[in-house]
Design a protein around this ligand. Structure first.
Ligand SMILES: Nc1nc2c(ncn2[C@@H]2O[C@H](COP(=O)(O)OP(=O)(O)OP(=O)(O)O)[C@@H](O)[C@H]2O)c(=O)[nH]1
Ligand SMILES: [Mg+2]
Length: 443
């Protein structure tokens, strides 16, 4: 932790500017030894214009701006210096080498953020949110990441951690002064009800996390139906491009065709499937197997029916398959019928799919609200909160069975530690290693 680390903080490719970032006790000293002006007396959070020079030869290497940030009000809580040099890859590397030659060590992936975490400037969920922000691909991602950076997960968990601490305090008082309280009464009036409410709160958080996941990752959507009902036409209409082949030959689509759309902030990952029917054609058979699998794996199934025809056995069979899933039923070829059917009618061929768009929007409207509430951000956090929940449920079970409170406390301690681990306050080194190596160099 004591070394001063250095890395190129910008993308390593030709550009207008590159930033080389130093963090640590020696950051200022190292930068000063390479700079044409005095940096040792630079005020914190200021930028100085000058030249990088090679201290051995005194040769001027580049014209730069140098930002100085003095601890503790910095990203890592250590001294940080950022050298803004010209953005060529060769010159950037040259400046980096000068830093290395003058006492800095090359940073590992994510090491700046790791220091920010270890020095207590951010918790682990905030570190994760920084990574999410860098990886963000759309508005929903950035909004969620921004919440996380501001510490929303900590705010979400703090009351729950406090509840657990209250329970533990009550138990310990009781263990220390058994004569003071009636154990059965304490359990029934305070500990059990608090524990049960606590589990309910966890459930609510888990449910919102699920919605958050839907928003973040999108919804796997399978378009299914008999051959020729217009599945590929519907995919094309939704994507507004001619992605899948459309023809009046039954069995046109033989493999899965995919594409994504964003509907009011919700991403649908659409999969057009091979029409499901009995067939002897080998290739088509494989396609149909994949279609069944696509239904199984889908989070939403859009069943396409030919609205100009009566439903037959195969349609019914498909509807039965889809029933297990969140699904929408769409009657296509509305242009061929006089009287509109109840339900969603569309004409995929002419791109008239408003009814479907509306239904999709209504289906996921409740998820959208979630973006602005604090959420658990990833599987690590969800897994830990599930572990906390399980531990508390075990504690409740033990109380019901009349176990001694000091035995119950072990489970409750476990719940407490799991929540602390989400914030990185009870962490294991090896887990931190895997987490931070996902980061870019210089972050
Ligand atoms: N009249 C009319 N024809 C349509 C409509 N949608 C699709 N079709 C036609 O129906 C035929 C089959 O369309 P596809 O989109 O290839 O149907 P599919 O369900 O993907 O068929 P398979 O891939 O063979 O399972 C084509 O001739 C389309 O032009 C529609 O809304 N109205
Ligand atoms: Mg098709």
């Amino acid at each position: 932790m004591k070394d001063t680390i250095v890395a190129i903080a910008t993308a390593f490719q030709e550009g207008a500017i590159s930033i080389i970032r130093l963090s640590g006790d020696q950051a200022l000293l190292i930068a000063d030894s390479l700079f044409s002006k005095d940096l040792m007396h630079a005020k914190s959070h200021t930028i100085t214009y000058g030249y990088i020079k090679d201290p051995l030869t005194q040769e001027l290497v580049d014209e730069v701006l140098v930002s100085v940030f003095l601890a503790p009000k910095t990203f890592t809580r250590e001294n940080i210096v950022e050298i803004h040099c010209h953005g060529g890859t060769f010159i950037t590397k040259k400046v980096l080498r000068l830093c290395l030659a003058n006492g800095a060590r090359l940073a590992e992936k994510g090491e700046f953020t790791r220091r920010a975490f270890l020095n207590g400037r951010i918790d682990l969920t905030q570190a994760e949110a920084i990574h999410d922000m860098i990886m963000a691909q759309n508005d929903v991602h950035t909004k969620m990441a921004m919440q996380g950076i501001k510490g929303s997960v900590r705010r979400l968990l703090e009351p729950l951690i406090q509840d657990v601490l209250d329970i533990i305090a009550n138990i310990e008082v009781n263990i220390d002064y058994p004569e003071y309280d009636d154990v059965v009464q304490l359990t029934n009036t305070m500990i059990l009800p608090t524990a049960k409410q606590w589990v309910e709160k966890i459930d609510a958080i888990l449910q919102q996390a699920e919605s958050g996941k839907v928003l973040k990752e999108g919804i796997k959507t399978a378009i299914v139906g008999k051959p020729n009902v217009g599945k590929s036409s519907l995919l094309n209409a939704l994507l507004e491009e001619e992605k899948a082949i459309v023809s009046d030959v039954e069995g046109t689509t033989r493999d899965l065709v995919e594409g994504s759309i964003v509907l009011h902030g919700i991403t649908l990952h659409l999969i057009d499937t091979a029409g499901i029917r009995d067939t002897e054609d080998k290739v088509e058979k494989i396609g149909i197997q994949r279609s069944r699998k696509a239904i199984e794996e889908a989070q939403l199934v859009i069943v396409v029916l030919d609205g100009s025809k009566h439903l037959d056995e195969q349609d019914e069979e498909l509807l039965a398959l889809a029933k297990e899933k969140t699904h929408l039923i769409v009657y296509n070829k509305a242009d061929l019928v006089q009287k509109k059917r109840d339900g969603i009618s569309v004409c995929a061929k002419h791109g008239e799919i408003d009814g479907l768009m509306q239904a999709l929007q209504e289906l996921y409207a409740s998820h959208k609200l979630v973006v602005d509430t604090p959420l658990l951000a990833n599987e690590r956090q969800i897994a830990l909160i599930l572990r906390a929940k399980k531990a508390m449920q075990q504690a409740i079970e033990a109380m019901h069975q009349g176990f001694e409170l000091d035995l119950v406390e072990i489970d409750i301690q476990d719940a407490y530690m799991s929540l602390k681990e989400i914030l990185g306050e009870a962490h294991r080194e090896d887990l931190l290693d895997t987490l931070f190596t996902n980061f870019c160099l210089g972050k």
